[in-house]
Design a protein around this ligand. Structure first.
Ligand code: 5GP
Length: 112
């Protein structure tokens, strides 16, 4: 089981802000911004570059829900960023696809 599957199964505690049949949104344990959530598909896809055509619906749902969660927190007013890290150079550390939702402060560009 991946780390996020264990969180989804309530084997590891996490602050779960949103959950439905196919995704969860949890607070990142090491936040990089005042709001730092992870939107995670319940069925693990290792990383975005390995997603398959049959993952299309869940990936669309993930982005839709990321936007809705951001809106529910008022971040649509100030702005926010969605980030998906793939592999070593992308900074991926957990091999279960997740979309970072960052906001609550101005975010630099380009990223480090
Ligand atoms: P990645 O580096 O793979 O893009 O993102 C993994 C994220 O998972 C990191 O931002 C890291 O802080 C977060 N993370 C790692 N372990 C845990 C944990 O046990 N609980 C929560 N809520 N987040 C975690």
């Amino acid at each position: 089981m991946t780390l996020f599957e264990r969180i989804i199964a309530r084997q590891i505690p996490a602050d779960i802000l949103y959950e439905d049949e196919s995704v969860v949104a949890i607070r990142d344990i090491n936040p990089q911004a005042p709001v730092h959530l992870l939107v995670v598909p319940k069925r693990p896809i290792p990383r975005i570059g390995e997603a398959l055509p049959e993952d299309q619906a869940v990936l669309g749902h993930l982005l839709l829900k990321a936007g809705e969660v951001a809106r529910s927190l008022g971040l649509d007013q100030t702005g926010f960023r969605l980030v998906i890290n793939h592999g070593r150079d992308g900074g991926e550390t957990v091999p279960h696809l997740h979309c970072h939702l960052l906001g609550g402060r101005p975010l630099g560009w380009p990223p480090g």
